[in-house]
Structures are given as C-alpha cells and as structure tokens.
Design a protein around this ligand. Sequence first.
Ligand code: ZN
Ligand code: ZN
Ligand code: ZN
Length: 364
Amino acid sequence: MHDHRLDRARAALRDQGVDALLVGPSADLRYLTGYHALPLERLTLLVVPAADEPILIVPELESARARGSGADQLAELRTFGELDDPVSLVVDHLGSQAASGRLAVQDRLWASFTLALQRAMPRADWVAGSTVMRSLRLIKTAEEVEALRAVGAAIDAVHARVPELLRPGRTEAAVGRDIAELILEDHDEVNFVIVASGPNGASPHHETGERELEPGDAVVVDIGGTRNGYCSDMTRNYAVVELPEGYQQLHRVLEEAQDMAVDAVRPDVPAEHIDRVARDHLTTAGLGEYFIHRTGHGIGVEEHEEPWIVAGNREPLQPGMAFSVEPGVYLPGRFGARIEDIVVVTTDGVERLNHRPRHAVVAG
Ligand code: ZN
Ligand code: ZN
Ligand code: ZN
C-alpha cells in the first residue's frame, strides 16, 4: 500500500511544479513509508525528488528501526554517523535542484532542521509540504476506508463496555484507565481518553481527573486510538444512575442535529454546509450559543486532519473524504454533551463508520 503512495507523491510533485519533497518524522512519513520515526535532534529525512529515486536519510543508530518498518524497500536507506553532516547527504542527492529548485518541506519539520537546510540551499524556492501531501491524504483509497471501518468497529466495541465502568464513587481517572485498557484490546495505541463528568463535561477537552462520579452526573466519553496506522475518534454520553434535570430534552435535540448533519453529507456539498445544518438545528432550539466548536475534522493517519467541517470552508466534499460529525452542547457549571461519529463520503451519499446507538445510556 505504501509503494503506490510514493509514486502518487511524485505525480503530485510534478502536478504542482515542485522538484522535491522533504519529509521528517511525522504522519506524512508514516503515510508514505510506514516508518514511525522518532522525532530526534538527529535528522531523519525522506527525500523524494520528482525525477529521481527517493532516499531515506537516518542516523546510524536508527537504521535497524527504519529497516524493521520496511521503509528501506521503498526508499534507499542512507545512514550517517555521529560525526557526519546529514544535510550534505540531502544536498548531494538533490544535485542541481539543491541550487535552484522548488523544494517542499513537510509542514512540521522542526525549525532547527528547516533552517539548516535553507542555509545549505540558499537559492532554492521553499514551499510547504502540504502543497503536495494535501491532495493525497484528503481522499482516502478503498484500503484506507477499510482501515477506518475496522478501527471504527474497534472503538464501537469499547463504547459498548463503558456503561459497566461508570459507578458512583469511581473517579474519572480510574474509569479512564479501564477504558485505555479496553482500547488496547483491538488498537495498537491509545491516542486519548476523555471522561468528563458532571460540570466537567462543559469543557470539551476536559483533562480526565480525580473527580468522583455521583448519581445524576452526565458523563461525556470521547475516546480514540490507532489501529494499523489509522485513527478512531468517537464520543457518546452516559449518565450515572439517572439523567440530570433538563438533560433528556437537550440530548434529543443534539441527536437530531447530529443525524441531520450526517444525512446532509454527500459529494459536492460544501464542507461548511454540514456545520451549518447542525448549528441551525441547535440554534432553533435555543442552544446555538452553547455549541462552541466546529462540527468536525478529517481523520486518517492523524486524529485531526483536513477537511475541516467549519463555517468558511467552501471546499466541496468528495467521495473518499473521512471526517467526524460531532456537534456538542456545553452548559457551564452544569454538564455537557457531544455525539461524535466518523463518516466517509461515498459516491452518492455517506457511510457511518460508527454504529453504536446515539442516545445517552444510563449506567451504574
Ligand atoms: Zn477534539
Ligand atoms: Zn473525539
Ligand atoms: Zn473528533
């Protein structure tokens, strides 16, 4: 699967009139080669010229890890010792492009490396790596959708077991540790666990803490991990023993908003339209001012990537785009609620990748 990606990156380079792409440890590197490189003070850099073979420059001491990932089958490995200058390897491989080419540097390469590369190639024209990578990562291939489907099913299975963990007197942190263990049953990594109980639910990215669950608490559980390189991200709402006052009605409106937004997903609809559908429904119900974030974000090898489902993003949705639809309502001092599923745009509509019921589940 990674082999074709390097070919597609080189095609994108030619389309964009860019001579080479330089990629350090990042989601882009994992996407292109499968190599999960450590972000070290020593340079790791994939060099992909439009018109020459790719090379992967790695510190000598990392070469075993690089080979273990299989990346050496895709790009020739060039290692350097502790006393060598890795930047000269980049310059050598780029040849005449180093002098006057147009070079794309991965958006999140550390400034220390980018500056060193720029010092060594002062006459090159530098552009952001996303110029090249965006078109590749934005549209998921059938294999990628399958990977997202599988990780979606894996996180569904975790949510199915959350109710048994929510009992009065348990802390958010204890519940969070149990959830992390459940995530690892069918994911390779835990990316985040948010357990936000009672008034803590009003903070969308609440740091799971020592608060003890009480009867009548609403609990927002937003969790995600990585499985075979692809991310899950899913939110459901629970209540301990009983629903808090005023919660049922609000949650029903939120379910409607999320349903309507998902139903609006189809090719050629602008991304911002999905946000507007959810927001309009909440606003009509008098809850608009409590919906304090965008409706969603793309997902793939990263938890948050394009497309952004937000007002102002007029980009038309296209088959293969995958993103979250996660409207939320946050009442300061009382509680919060958010419903989040991952969806993928199909040729004629939408496929949900999470399938658990969306109503609030009373536990404990
Ligand atoms: Zn978030
Ligand atoms: Zn989430
Ligand atoms: Zn999300």
